[in-house]
Design a protein around this ligand. Structure first.
Ligand code: DP6
Length: 365
């Protein structure tokens, strides 16, 4: 597939109005995307667990309009929201070439998250993928009207992921579950243009893998991911880092098949710390971890030493800690989180989630 293959060529612009609603999850990367080229093309491949309960629910109501501008309103949790508009405007500009009907309609975009807004959980992956999926359902409605042949599900998902990527890179990994790979690499069939479901063998040890998100810091990050990615240009360790991500993905593929949780822990924790090491060694340098992030990491290591548990951590571009563990350890790890780790979270707040199956269409009318 090339980007050209995603350009919609014919559609029925006589469809007057309609409405679609999708729920789309967040995801947590095991091998991290950090560094991108033009048009949201990643510098290295990444792989993530799709989450189950942390998601964005978005409804788009569309109605035919005149004029040659983008026209949309955004409502977040029931209230009109102007702050999200510039990001969506940029997104529409980036995807217009692939969806030529965007200026034919006014869109009312109503969105909400299942996780608290000011939790420091990035909503760009779930948010952008939810919008992309709604727009794909609208595209499907307009094309079904002319061709009467249903858009293939695989094409639907690929284009939804392709569009989501243009909104936010990691959003392209939120369409499907349970593991998604994005970025060209030797180990899988994935592409730089969109994420694909990981097709390798996955050992039963990873069934219903748990992710408890410790909300160490709910504040706004000092440095956005977009700025962080840019700082990989000219970064002294960039080349080695991008090569390492390829290597880690290849290793993880074998580990996912064998179910070797000790090897899994090594890759996942090393990826998290390398991501933050890249931030600390860029120019300008910055630190997104907080003292409690390190407290939690040390407590997890001590608990593992003491009990032989397979619990581990990963981080995204912030201070919060994702605590990953097999379902078989749910009871002991939750007790550990409650007794030992909760006090490092703001207001003792954490969110229990697990690996999920991907986005869901809720309503189409
Ligand atoms: C650290 O996808 O948020 O979470 O493409 O600029 O929107 P943009 O960045 P974003 O970057 C996410 C980076 C990460 C690692 C990952 O999810 O792979």
């Amino acid at each position: 597939m090339t980007a050209q293959d995603f350009i919609l060529k014919t559609y029925n612009a006589n469809v007057e109005n309609g409405s679609v609603k999708w729920s789309s999850p967040s995801n947590i990367a095991l091998v991290k995307y950090w560094g991108k080229k033009e048009h949201q093309i990643p510098e290295n491949p990444s792989i993530s667990f799709t989450l189950s309960d942390c998601k964005t629910i978005t409804e788009i109501t569309y109605s035919k309009k005149e004029g040659n501008d983008f026209s949309f309103d955004v409502y977040f949790e029931g209230e009109k929201n102007e702050a999200f508009k510039p990001k969506i405007q940029t997104f529409f500009e980036r995807i217009e070439a692939y969806m030529p009907f965007l200026k034919d309609y006014h869109f009312k975009i109503e969105t909400s998250n299942t996780f608290p807004h000011s939790s420091g959980i990035a909503s760009s992956a779930s948010g952008m993928s939810a919008i992309a999926l709604c727009l794909m359902s609208i595209e499907q409605e307009l094309t079904d009207a002319v061709t009467s042949s249903a858009v293939e599900k695989s094409f639907f998902n690929q284009k939804a992921s392709f569009l989501a990527r243009l909104g936010s890179g990691s959003a392209c990994r939120s369409i499907e579950g349970e593991l998604v790979v994005w970025g060209k690499n030797e180990s899988t069939e994935s592409s730089d243009l969109y994420g694909i479901k990981f097709e390798g063998d996955v050992h039963a040890n990873f069934n219903n893998y748990q992710d408890t998100i410790l909300l160490v810091d709910k504040g706004e990050k000092q440095v956005s991911s977009t700025v962080g990615h840019q700082l990989m240009y000219g970064h002294p360790f960039a080349k080695e880092r991008f090569a390492q991500a390829h290597d880690n993905l290849a290793k993880l593929k074998t580990i996912l098949a064998s179910g070797d949780l000790n090897a899994f822990i090594k890759i996942v924790e090393s990826e998290a710390l390398t991501l933050h090491a890249m931030m600390m060694t860029s120019m300008p340098y910055f630190i997104l971890m907080k003292p409690n992030t390190l407290e939690v990491i040390n407590k997890i290591w001590a608990f593992r030493m003491k009990t032989g548990s397979k619990v581990c951590f990963t981080l995204d571009a912030g201070a919060n800690v994702h605590v990953l563990y097999p379902e078989s350890e749910k009871e002991i790890v939750l007790e550990f989180i409650e007794k030992v780790l909760a006090k490092y979270c703001q207001n003792e707040h954490y969110i229990c989630d697990q690996i999920g199956k991907g986005a869901e269409l809720l309503i189409k009318s």
